[in-house]
Design a binder for this molecule. Structure first.
Ligand code: MN
Length: 420
């Protein structure tokens, strides 16, 4: 499984042959039609691609499954993680440099208010005290050899804090040009110590039949062998300002202190493909939102007899709004499902619960269910003063959450759509 081979099969891709300015112009090209992949054959002298994983269909297609099977397969992979296969050689080892200039890479400035040029598609691999972590972090390009990293206080942050407390840097690798099993696994929210590389390998094995291959780089970290580009280096204790940066909600995230990532070695495949991930775009929605859906599925499944589907909706940035379809067993199941959905994804602030006959992938059908099956006086739940997403500009420290139970009253007649 290699990104370049999957790209070659994407017959609806748009090819851009002329060099496009990295400053805002790349974003304009990607935003024209976000449902179609864009291949730049010469972006600042390199191949680059964007909008690659911007639809559920293409993500599922790369794993040879239907979009409805993404959640069950991800749940299986999380329940039964399995070891990746260590290989001795990887294509990215073809070109290894200790002398390089990162500013020569096709790293765009995506939006006018951004601090500068950012890599948004790279997945970090780190190990600390026998535990491995794999996660996404945006990378602000500082100079020829370093980035500033946005580290949300989670697992990589914990590893880095622990190392810097001892006066040492945290060895890390940032990998780019990966395929859906590892991209989805890197964006899951698991316990500290759960190795996302094992989830990725299990997901790949359960969909495509073979484990994920990893190869060791100079600092001893095993990284996905399929990577097009690998940045090997250290997260240091040096802090600099990071942001503003336009994030998933389409609004600017604030300026915060962020650690510096010093790059020591750059690995590249021959003629590498640089992955452009448009912030706040459909591909960002998919990469960030999709891996939350199985967690929501699992929590809702604990409180109602049957869950049929979960979708974080594009209108809600695939982060703040969701819809869940269930089979009710008794009155009140819809509200219980909503409470479970909120606990499964604490950033969610609106959830709509529908019956099994509603196609959750069709926003009009979901609204039809709200229009014909829902009465606010009976089935609206508002929860105030809850913790929500820091990315929501309307939240004021805490957030208000709203649940719409648009399921039919249990056992009631007259709610089914007439069919011919
Ligand atoms: Mn983790």
């Amino acid at each position: 499984m290699a990104l370049r081979n999957l790209l070659a099969q994407m017959t609806d891709a748009i090819t851009v042959e002329q060099d496009v300015p990295l400053d805002l112009e790349v974003s304009k090209v990607l935003m024209k039609d976000q449902t179609r992949p864009v291949m730049f054959t010469n972006l600042n002298g390199m191949r680059a691609a964007g909008n690659i994983w911007s639809t559920r269909e293409r993500i599922a297609g790369a794993m040879k499954i239907r979009k409805e099977d993404l959640i069950p397969k991800m749940l299986e992979a999380m329940s039964f993680p399995s070891a990746p296969k260590l290989v001795g050689d990887a294509p990215f080892m073809d070109d290894v440099r200790t002398e390089f200039d990162l500013t020569k890479l096709p790293i765009p400035k995506y939006f006018p208010g951004d601090k500068g040029r950012y890599i948004t598609s790279a997945v970090a691999v780190a190990e600390h005290e026998g535990k491995r972590n794999v996660s996404f972090h945006r990378m602000y390009l500082r100079d020829e050899r370093s980035f500033a990293l946005r580290l949300v206080p989670r697992h990589l942050y914990t590893m880095w804090k622990s190392m810097t407390a001892r006066g040492r840097d945290l060895p890390v690798a940032f990998t780019m040009g990966l395929c859906p099993p590892i991209l989805l696994a890197a964006a899951t929210s698991t316990d500290y110590g759960t190795d996302e590389m094992y989830i990725a390998s299990s997901l790949k094995e359960r969909t495509l039949g073979t484990p994920l291959e990893v190869a060791k780089i100079d600092n001893g970290l095993a990284v996905p062998a399929q990577a097009e580009i690998v940045f090997e280096g250290r997260i240091t204790s040096q802090m600099v300002d990071e942001g503003p940066f336009m994030d998933i909600t389409g609004t600017y995230d604030s300026v915060r202190p962020a650690p510096v990532f010093e790059v020591d070695r750059l690995y590249m495949r021959k003629d590498p493909v640089f992955h452009l991930l448009l912030p706040g775009g459909y591909e960002h929605y998919m990469m960030m939102g999709l891996p939350r859906e199985p967690i929501i599925y699992r929590t809702v499944n604990q409180v109602v007899p049957r869950v049929h589907g979960v979708r974080l909706t594009e209108g809600g940035c695939c982060w703040l709004h969701g819809v869940v379809s269930i089979t009710k067993n008794k009155e009140g199941d819809g509200i219980n499902a909503a409470m479970a959905a909120f606990s499964g994804h604490p950033s969610m602030k609106k959830v709509t619960i529908v019956d099994h006959d509603i196609n959750i992938f069709d926003d009009r059908e979901v609204e039809w269910a709200e229009a014909t099956r829902f009465q606010a006086a009976r089935s609206l739940m508002v929860v105030n003063n809850a913790a929500g997403s820091s990315l929501d500009p309307s939240s004021e420290g805490t957030t208000s959450k709203v649940a719409i139970d648009a399921t039919k009253p249990f056992g009631a007649k007259g709610f089914d759509r007439a069919v011919l």
